[in-house]
Design a protein around this ligand. Structure first.
Ligand SMILES: [Zn+2]
Length: 524
């Protein structure tokens, strides 16, 4: 057969949830985006194509109200909120590929097409519904779900409401979804959250009310077959994951992107992603995403950090004080993905001083200073095959594999731990080999070159593999070592090149992590 075709390489497709723009972004939003950015960058680092999607969720009661509070039209209100998110992503070095807004025309049309299609297939019906409504949560509850007559989520007062609405037949999909989750290990991560969802599916699922009467809420996507209704904000928002890649609009584009490889979400919205969303896809005859990862909350004194609780930490201020990489490092290193983390500025300052300034910053400073002192700032010629006792170099060459395995397992904490073990080892190597002693003996010139050479190669590999995790710091070190940034390392063979060149003039530069002001130090 003479036909020639190139296999289409599907990009690694990763998504954040769409953030609700009723308040400025806080540490929780920052955490999700930093996680996704790190995974996306690591795939690019390995030469994979990536499609990293983030964006904003802009309809619904809470936004309508936030706009009214500011005496604005909802669209004008969301238009001035979106840049706050985009600016924070820039500050945090988030390299997303596409930013979707649920007020985008393309998204709205896709939502409407999907609804028409689901109606045709008999997945939607109209009914009268009496429920108890919690306005802050935008949730209808049945009598049985109420907690002592109040909203089970926020414990606020609820109002009885009878309305005619459209319903999506969730209940008829319960059995296959349960089986699918049981049969597909890794579909919901971590395991504890998967079990939570399976537990939830032990109870009969109720059909999902997917509209709001326009006379109660006008700020939503028009329901395609009724002028009196708008689409429920969650149903609209979830569809972004497929509308962004062309479902109902561009079949070729859709085929080239879907299924998503990872939806990363906070644990509070896992049910929407692990129950409603798979059922919506199944009803549309669209393939399931590969994995849904639920991360924990950042707590301060035991409560979730959120704007509505008034205990939000401003990521911008933290970045201004500690730098973007210290902020990224803390969030990625402090907790295992999936668990809750206790946030305090003291803990961040502590990590800054011990791990970043004392371990990594100091390693760079010692290497660059000794090169300056003993080799006029140049990487000395040394025999790459020379064996130097307890050299960290072999470990550094293995980082591609160990860090790669951790990142493939969505465990950035483990990845950083692998790298920091090596940094610690490199500092110990300096203590053990005492280059300053070797420098006193002209006969040991070659040994000195080997020790500093092994150290330079080690630091170069540390910097290279840190690019996806701490992009700013990695770029500084690579620049000072005259190594090109954003190299691609598809295999370990690519990675084990020495990277540094003999004779190259290294710049010591400013401290990578300057000493914190005394006031901050005292707090630690
Ligand atoms: Zn509530």
């Amino acid at each position: 057969m003479g036909a020639f075709f190139k296999a289409m390489t599907k990009p690694y497709y990763i998504t954040t949830p769409l953030y609700y723009v009723n308040a400025s972004p806080h540490i929780g939003h920052a955490y999700t985006n930093i996680l996704c950015d790190t995974f996306a960058r690591f795939r690019r680092f390995r030469g994979e194509k990536v499609f990293f999607l983030t964006g904003t969720d802009e309809h619904g009661t809470k936004i309508d109200r936030a706009a009214r509070d500011q005496k604005q039209e909802p669209k004008a209100y969301v238009d001035q909120m979106v840049p706050k998110f985009k600016e924070l992503w820039k500050l945090l070095e988030i390299e997303y590929d596409y930013f979707i807004r649920t007020t985008d025309q393309n998204h709205k049309e896709t939502v409407q097409k999907i609804l028409r299609n689901l109606e045709k297939k008999g997945e939607i019906y109209k009914a009268s519904y009496t429920g108890w409504y919690c306005t802050p949560c935008e949730s209808f509850w049945t009598k049985f779900q109420l907690a002592e007559g109040k909203c089970p989520d926020c414990h606020r007062e609820v109002q009885a409401l009878e309305e005619e609405n459209y319903f999506f037949k969730l209940s008829q999909h319960q059995d296959w979804l349960k089986a699918y989750i049981q049969d597909n290990a890794g579909f919901i991560r971590p395991e504890s959250r998967k079990n939570e969802i399976l537990g939830f599916l032990e109870q009969p699922l109720e059909d999902l009310c997917i509209t709001r009467p326009r006379n109660r809420l006008a700020w939503g996507i028009d329901y395609p077959t009724s002028k009196e209704h708008v689409v429920y904000v969650w149903f609209d928002a979830l569809i972004n994951y497929v509308s962004a890649v062309g479902l109902t609009k561009d079949a070729k584009k859709f085929k080239a992107h879907w299924p998503a490889d990872a939806h990363v979400v906070g644990k509070d919205i896992l049910r929407h992603h692990a129950v409603y969303w798979p059922i919506m896809l199944k009803a549309c005859e669209v393939e399931m995403p590969k994995t849904i990862i639920a991360h924990g909350w950042w707590t301060m004194a035991g409560t979730k950090v959120s704007k509505s609780r008034g205990n939000a930490v401003d990521p911008v201020e933290l970045v201004q004080t500690y730098g973007v990489d210290a902020f990224r490092y803390f969030l990625l290193r402090e907790v295992t993905l999936g668990l809750d983390g206790a946030f305090s500025e003291d803990l961040l300052a502590q990590r800054y001083t011990t791990d970043l300034a004392n371990d990594l910053g100091n390693l760079w400073f010692r290497l660059a200073s000794m090169l300056g002192k003993y080799f006029e700032g140049r990487i000395p010629f040394f025999d790459l095959k020379s064996s130097v006792r307890s050299s960290p170099m072999a470990g550094a060459l293995n980082l591609w594999t160990s860090v790669g395995a951790a990142m493939d397992d969505y465990n950035p904490r483990q990845a950083l731990s692998e790298i920091w073990n090596l940094i610690t080892g490199a500092n110990q190597f300096i203590e053990r080999t005492k280059p300053w002693e070797l420098a006193k003996d002209a006969a040991k010139r070659e040994d000195l070159a080997s020790v500093l050479g092994h150290l330079a190669v080690t630091v170069a590999h540390v910097a290279v593999i840190l690019q996806p995790l701490l992009p700013v710091t990695a770029a500084h070190i690579l620049k000072r070592l005259k190594i090109a940034e954003k190299n691609v390392f598809k295999t370990q063979e690519d990675f084990i090149q020495p990277l540094v060149s003999f004779g190259v003039l290294v710049e010591r530069g400013e401290a990578l992590f300057p000493k914190l002001e005394e006031e901050k130090e005292e707090k630690i």
